[in-house]
Design a protein around this ligand. Structure first.
Ligand SMILES: Cc1cc2nc3c(=O)[nH]c(=O)nc-3n(C[C@H](O)[C@H](O)[C@H](O)COP(=O)(O)OP(=O)(O)OC[C@H]3O[C@@H](n4cnc5c(N)ncnc54)[C@H](O)[C@@H]3O)c2cc1C
Length: 404
């Protein structure tokens, strides 16, 4: 990873350089993006522009209607964002952050597809899986989903999973229920985690859309991440070829290897969510006038903006160290849990401050902030709830498990 470049910050980030923009347009007060090489900074700027120009403007409308913007997929596919981690973990994380800064639901769609499903095929699949599936997954012509959680088991899924897989000759037979599965209503492939009845171990199986006995229904009435389609799934004697088992999945530990990296991705989302709230709050504070002045001129509003950017910047700094650990092969679940718990705790405070700055309008999605505020609640709970990640950190610090 390159060292922080010496000398003045890039013109676009320097205070007061552009009269028509507020200082620090990207809100990167510590010039942390200067840790990237110049070529990486250009890639980050390109991704940010795409998210801000193509994703953010359509997000509120789709969020209100709880619909998914399928027309975005070809454009997203052309951005070549799949397999981001191969481009370096800091650049990948900052791109994931910028994705969530534009919209969390669409970034969640992409994270489930890329971090969880496509990575599973790449790292835990067979050569045949890789050859036949990866090209369409990378171009987003086909979409994947990751089905671990069940209606009765979330935090305790690794111990209590009820979904089963039974081998029968050249086939597996899957039975059970899954809940909350992102992209589940329309995904071409769903990676279903099930307990092998032969050895009681949890393994991963690919179920293709339309397989007999495999039913999905959208979870209605969500108050957060309304664009991503989360599904309840029923598996009723679903028969799949033996080769649909991912050979790299033999125990829950293999699922956990994927969850390690997706937990880091979700922590980056929690940073993006804070910058999203800041962007909206600052813009609003600068144009909204009360008592004859922009509310941004009031000390209490400036205090709130300063606390928001302090939280976001501290979260970002933590994530930069996580990228370093990942790059050097030292990342563990303890680190990912610390990041997820710490960044999401700060995120909740940051979006609450942002919502307050937008006043009454802060509860209307017409002003974007209400969407950001609500979406933060999903981030707080998925990919290991705040409590479970905190208990993982507690176990790392004491050697005592308080949850199992
Ligand atoms: C929007 C959204 C998208 C999701 N996408 C997916 C997906 O694509 N694939 C997938 O498999 N899953 C997905 N999930 C599921 C998600 O991972 C679970 O919601 C999460 O793991 C928590 O499980 P739970 O909701 O069953 O809560 P529970 O496990 O029932 O927990 C309820 C509460 O009890 C607390 N708790 C539980 N055990 C303890 C303990 N020992 N000590 C202290 N507190 C405890 C929890 O922290 C939480 O506050 C998604 C969820 C949401 C909301």
């Amino acid at each position: 990873m390159p060292v922080l470049q010496k000398g003045p910050p890039p013109a676009s980030a320097a205070p007061g350089v552009q009269d028509n923009l507020p200082p620090y347009p990207e809100a990167d007060l510590l010039y942390l993006s200067g840790l990237l090489t110049v070529a990486e900074q250009a890639q980050l700027a390109q991704a940010r522009n795409f998210f801000q120009q193509e994703v953010r403007p359509i997000a509120v409308d789709f969020w209100n209607r709880a619909e998914f913007p399928f027309e975005l997929l070809p454009k997203l596919g052309k951005q070549q964002l799949t397999g981001l981690n191969s481009r370096g973990h800091l650049l990948a994380g900052l791109i994931q952050m910028e994705f969530a800064r534009a919209d969390t639901s669409v970034s969640t769609f992409f994270g489930v597809h890329d971090e969880l499903f496509t990575t599973a095929i790449r790292e835990l699949g067979s050569d045949e899986h890789r050859q036949t599936m990866l090209p369409d997954l990378l171009s987003l012509k086909k979409v994947g989903a990751f089905a671990l959680t069940e209606p009765l088991h979330g935090s305790d899924i690794s111990r209590q999973m009820e979904t089963t897989a039974t081998r029968s000759g050249d086939e597996w037979i899957l039975n059970g229920h899954k809940r909350w599965i992102g992209n589940g209503t329309f995904a071409d492939y769903v990676l279903v985690w099930a307990r092998d009845t032969a050895d009681d171990q949890i393994k991963g199986f690919i179920v293709e859309k339309g397989t007999e006995g495999f039913r999905t229904e959208a979870i209605p009435n969500k108050a957060a991440v309304r664009i991503i389609q989360n599904a309840n799934i029923t598996l009723d004697n679903v028969r799949i070829p033996f080769t649909n088992w991912l050979p790299g999945t033999r125990t829950f530990r293999d699922a956990n290897s994927l969850l390690l990296h997706s937990r880091v991705w979700v922590s980056w989302q929690a940073v993006g969510q804070q910058f999203a709230a800041f962007d909206v709050a600052r813009a609003y504070a600068l144009q909204r006038k009360q008592f004859g002045k922009p509310i941004a001129s009031f000390q209490l509003i400036q205090d709130q903006l300063a606390r928001m950017i302090g939280n976001a910047t501290m979260s970002l700094s933590l994530m930069i160290q996580l990228a370093r650990l990942t790059e050097s092969g030292l990342l563990t679940m303890d680190h990912a849990a610390l990041a997820k718990a710490s960044c999401t705790e700060r995120m909740r405070k940051t979006v609450a401050l942002g919502r307050s700055i937008v006043g009454g309008n802060g509860i209307s999605t017409d002003f974007e902030m209400a969407k950001i505020f609500a979406d933060a609640e999903a981030i707080y709970s998925y990919e290991g709830s705040y409590e479970i990640n905190t208990l993982l950190v507690g176990r790392a610090l004491t050697g005592i498990s308080a949850f199992a």
